[in-house]
Design a protein around this ligand. Structure first.
Ligand code: SF4
Length: 455
């Protein structure tokens, strides 16, 4: 490494929003003259993009920072980004004094300036500091105070890792305040990008050869075009009409803001994928109320009925929380009966764990962990048989997949259907990654399909 070369290593945890934030951070650093390296050892700057959605996230971050510290050499700098950065703030400097930069996701737009400051020896932490912190001589920079910002982290320097499928964030933050969730506290209030800038980015990606776009947001369908030109459904349709774009996905949706116009858009535009992820969290209206989800079981099922009535065969997936405080056996059975009624194509189920700063942390009537595990396993087993049945209906069908990768060990190609199902298949021809081919489905498993090239 040349003496003056600026290098960085970035490790990312968490959801697709975090993964895409990291793509934007990487692009920003490269545009500022940094080079990305593969190991912590090689890097001058080590960044850790954190997630606080799961239990004990903070402890995991501090353990990781302690691991990094062992590698600390003179001049190496460490930064913490993402939700734990926002949540723990200045406490990170106290527990991990080798850290130089702490930046929440709502402040990433300031990164270029913060990176420039990192190269100085000025301590910029803006709170009264202990003498120990003042005396250690390290640069300390924080980006924590922008949760009320109107700015989105837009950059033309996004370094996308997949050459065929790319993410576009259309809305950041969340105004819903579900009682168990840290996101409104870590990512701030909702702010949307203009439809014009989203469409310009989609066009740029199409020009670069991308054929699939995934629109991202904590609540994509709460999208409000600041220029007032397009609703979410209209934006979805417009992205699907960008020349060169063959598939458009979106995640995550909130049932309260999920309008029938979204289903109508899917029905009328082939480029919009046949898949909707609509988190439900519980089948019990009583629990939904305790979770402050802002809809009832019946209102949720109404949205499902719109999708079931669509001309296209829309696959539906959801998130479920089991063991929320006060969840009775009857509430849990209501969740199971919802699964039976909807016949989901996939369910991401989690045991409830209390998160800092959330209203649910004060609720009593906690469910023992063993009981949460029992409910989770029971639910997953029930869902497994539903998915097996759902996937069996594809047997004999010829479906189009995007070729995503090659599994040499199994001598199979890995494809993805418009319904977001993994289809592993054989082909006697060599295929190009990112191409679209028809595949005949020959075997169905609960979590994947198997087939053979149909041309
Ligand atoms: S809708 Fe609820 S669960 Fe989703 S990000 Fe907002 S507060 Fe969290």
């Amino acid at each position: 490494m040349a003496a003056t070369e600026k290098t960085f290593y970035l490790e990312t945890f968490g959801c697709q929003m975090n993964a895409h934030d990291s793509e934007k951070v990487v692009g920003t650093l490269i545009s500022e003259g940094y080079r990305q390296v593969e190991t912590v050892e090689e890097a001058g700057l080590v960044l850790y993009n954190t997630c606080s959605i799961r239990d004990k996230a903070e402890q995991k971050v501090f353990h990781r920072l302690a691991d990094y510290k062992k590698l600390q050499k003179e001049g190496k700098k460490f930064g913490v980004l993402g939700c734990v950065a926002q949540q723990e703030g200045h406490k990170i400097f106290e527990r991990a004094p080798h850290v130089s930069l702490v930046c929440g996701s709502a402040s990433y737009w300031k990164l270029p300036g913060m990176l420039a400051q990192l190269d100085t020896d000025i301590i910029r932490d803006d709170r009264p500091r202990s003498s120990q912190l003042a005396a250690d001589g390290l640069v300390r920079i924080t980006g924590l105070d922008d949760r009320q910002t109107d700015k989105c982290f837009e950059t033309e320097f996004t370094a996308r890792t997949n050459p065929h499928r790319g993410y576009i964030t259309i809305i950041e933050g969340c105004d819903k305040f579900c009682s168990y969730c840290v996101v409104p506290f870590t990512r701030g209030k909702e702010r949307s990008r203009t439809s014009e800038s989203v469409l310009a980015e989609a066009q740029r990606m199409a020009d670069l050869g991308y054929t699939e776009i995934q629109l991202l947001g904590q609540n994509v369908n709460s999208y409000k075009d600041p220029a007032g030109k397009k609703s979410f459904a209209e934006l979805l349709d417009a992205v699907g009409r960008v020349p060169g774009i063959r598939r458009v996905r979106f995640t995550t949706s909130h049932p309260r803001d999920f309008g029938k116009d979204i289903v109508d858009a899917i029905d009328s535009n082939q480029a919009l994928c046949d898949h909707v992820h609509l988190p439900v969290q519980s089948g019990s209206t009583r629990m939904l109320d305790a979770m402050q989800r802002l809809y009832t079981r019946d209102q949720y099922l109404e949205r499902i009925s719109w999708m079931k009535a669509a001309k296209r065969d829309i696959s539906i997936t959801c998130d479920v929380i089991v063991g929320f405080p006060g969840e009775t056996e009857h509430d849990f059975e209501e969740t199971l009966s919802l699964l039976d009624e909807v016949q989901y194509d996939g369910v991401f189920a989690f045991k409830y764990s209390p998160r800092p700063n959330t209203p649910a942390i004060g609720l009593d009537d906690a469910i023992p962990d063993a009981e949460k595990s029992r409910r989770l396993n029971f639910l997953l087993e029930r869902q497994r048989s539903i998915q097996q049945k759902r996937n069996q209906k594809h047997l004999g069908e010829s479906v189009e997949v995007m070729v995503e990768s090659r599994n040499e060990a199994r001598a199979q190609w890995v494809g993805r259907t418009t319904q977001n199902k993994t289809l592993n298949f054989t082909s006697d021809r060599n295929l190009e990654l990112g191409s679209y081919v028809p595949v005949r489905v020959t075997t169905a498993f609960p979590n994947s399909l198997v087939g053979e090239l149909a041309i």
